[in-house]
Design a protein around this ligand. Structure first.
Ligand code: ASP
Length: 430
């Protein structure tokens, strides 16, 4: 097949065109903020600047609209796909004790790699020490409030499955699907008609996924323009100047985890070539990058893992929904780096014990974070409070959050996919 017919190349081209359009739009519309001069000069410059911001916002609207259509299509299929693929995945595993073994391996693998990610983040940030000597002051309480961890765990059991579905709550939906799927499995013959219905729903939803994926090159390109041309996105110079070493620490940590640790795990435990796996997964990784949402990316991830990389359906259908919800290596790493950066920036001394608390809370906070944009920024407050840092500290990193979110979400999805291949191999070897 010619390269330009392959989806991952089409998506990459879509992203590059999006990047080009965003850069051109920003440079045409935005002028420098007022720099000084007479009061009349300042007023004139401020006027020009405000005009540029408004213009840019108008130009990005059509792209935001198209990007939203793509996101809505993805979100439309996520929950039904999770429900039917989990229920039918459980029927394929076919025995409750095997399901228990696959489940415990999945959780062990996910916890292990998330812990590894946090430790890498802490090592990098302790070497780079971003924010040192900034002497910033954080005032006031956090406007954002994360849900307490105990509540997150309690709410895994929904009291009303329809409201969990209607409100797009992933973990409760997963719990209810596993519960029901297990019951169907153990019901035997009486459950067969329902299993047949679920299987045919499964087939129809996969068709929908294929159609939505065909629109991904335009969807991800439009989303990238909408994000990068958003006037509220910090001027990219912020990225490189005051928050540069912080961003670099996050990006270096993510790169070590994504390009060394996870490929090693894939090679050692799943006996797969990391390069081939990355190629198969690239549509999902690029979609994760542009949507900053592992939940919305789930249909694409599942398609790439099963159809592209040939992981068995029984493993993928069980491991991936859990991964998209609880396994967030990139988020955990980011939260650890951000907490140390905030401590440095306000001159707060972190002891060794504090760093251990960061390891534990960042792991938990990443599990508790939903797979939606900025979720990690909110649950990071749990980490800040656990070591006695001001909750409002998150405002120091908010300006560059979206860009880092796109990168950490890509690693989150990559971690989920590697997990599916590893657990698949472990289960096949039984
Ligand atoms: N956006 C991330 C995800 O969906 C979560 C986060 O904010 O870190 O995986």
């Amino acid at each position: 097949m010619a390269w330009y017919r392959k989806l991952h190349w089409q998506i990459l081209v879509g992203l590059l065109i999006g990047l080009g359009i965003a850069i051109v739009m920003r440079s045409m519309a935005l002028v420098a903020p007022p720099t000084g001069g007479t009061p009349a000069d300042i007023v004139a410059q401020a006027h020009q600047y405000a005009l540029g911001v408004v213009t840019l916002d108008i130009w990005r609207q059509p792209f935001a609209f198209v990007g939203d259509l793509f996101l809505r299509l993805l979100k439309l299929i996520v929950l039904p796909l999770i429900v039917v693929s989990l229920i039918s995945g459980i029927q394929q595993i076919g025995d409750a004790s095997r399901l228990g073994r696959i489940g415990s391996r999945t959780i062990a693998y996910y916890l292990g790699t998330t812990l590894a990610a946090v430790i890498i983040g802490l090592l990098v940030v302790n070497i780079v020490q971003p924010g040192m000597g900034m002497g910033l002051v954080v005032e006031g309480e956090a406007a954002l409030r994360p849900t307490p961890m105990l509540e997150v765990f309690r709410d895994i059991i929904p009291t009303n499955v329809f409201s969990a579905l209607a409100n797009g709550q992933m973990l409760p939906t997963i719990f209810a699907s596993v519960f029901f799927g297990l019951a169907l499995l153990l019901t035997g013959d009486a459950g067969k008609p329902v299993v047949a219905v679920i299987d045919s729903m499964n087939a129809a939803i996969f068709k929908m996924v294929d159609w939505v994926m065909a629109t991904a090159p335009i969807g991800v390109g439009a989303l990238l323009v909408a994000t990068l041309a958003d006037p509220s996105l910090a001027d990219l110079s912020v990225f490189f100047v005051s928050l540069g070493s912080y961003c670099a620490s996050v990006l270096v940590g993510l790169s070590i985890h994504g390009a060394i640790v996870l490929p090693l795990a894939l090679w050692a435990f799943a006996r797969r070539s990391p390069l081939e796996y990355v190629r198969a997964l690239s549509p999902a990784l690029l979609t994760a990058f542009s949507t900053a949402s592992s939940s919305a990316t789930y249909p694409v991830t599942r398609d790439c893992v099963v159809d592209g990389a040939g992981v068995s359906r029984e493993s993928a259908d069980f491991v991936l929904p859990l991964g998209a919800t609880i396994n967030m290596d990139g988020t955990a790493l980011y939260e650890a780096v951000a907490a140390v950066f905030i401590a440095n920036a306000i001159g707060f001394d972190l002891t060794m014990a504090d760093q251990i608390v960061i390891v534990l809370t960042a792991t938990l906070a990443a599990i508790g974070a939903a797979g939606v944009p900025s979720a990690g920024l909110v649950t990071m407050i749990i980490v800040l409070e656990a070591v006695g840092l001001p909750a409002g500290g998150y405002v120091l990193v908010i300006a560059v959050d979206r860009i880092l979110d796109m990168c950490r979400t890509t690693i989150n999805v990559w971690g989920d996919a590697v997990g599916a291949a590893v657990v698949d191999r472990w289960s096949a070897a039984e």
